[in-house]
Design a protein around this ligand. Sequence first.
Ligand code: PLP
Length: 231
Amino acid sequence: MTAILSNLQAIRQAITQAAQAAQRDPASVTLLAVSKTFPADAVREAYAAGQRAFGENYVQEALDKISTLHDLQLEWHFIGPIQSNKTRVIAENFAWIHGVDRLKIAQRFSEQRPADLPPLNICLQVNVSGETSKSGVAPHEVEALALQISLLPNLKLRGLMAIPAPADDVVAQRRPFAQMRELLQQLNAHGLQLDTLSMGMSHDFAAAITEGATMVRVGTAIFGLRSKPQA
Ligand SMILES: *Cc1c(COP(=O)(O)O)cnc(C)c1O
């Protein structure tokens, strides 16, 4: 058995356990395999093990892999920081974008999404408490932005995404994820129809599932340690 196959099996099992412990259907959690910095062959190996959704952070690296792997039926998610001069190629090549935090960027995606493709799935990145990164919209500004983006053509606003600061104990890990769950509930109570909480990475995906994650973004635990610096 290859390392990628056995890692995927172990993670699927951990996802099932975390979901069942939280009285959730394991099928309500999608595993997004974060393949950034790893070669197309690693993606092919994960595909052979049944994995279909892949996350990438760097545009050029992603485009190379997407073209190399065009013979496979893959779902590509852009999860990296978004530069406005890259929105067109992102809109043309990805099914999902996780890091949207400005109306301007969403408007560009809306204008640049090719008409022959299905709507581009969008998650708003939220800067939850304790987050170290500067990106992400403040929790109290999420609703206004979500309402505006939900009106844009060629986009489908799916939900929220967060990258909380790493924490060692499960109690501390759960706090920002719980905040995200409450935020999503609040938006839906105010008329939006969002079904996605993109949260949880290799070190904290179980805690994220406990708090309602519907998509966990896992890189290291599938593909191994990255040698290049990560975004
Ligand atoms: C790199 C990255 C991940 C995966 O992180 P791991 O710790 O390797 O699982 C998930 N989400 C985002 C936004 C990332 O940049």
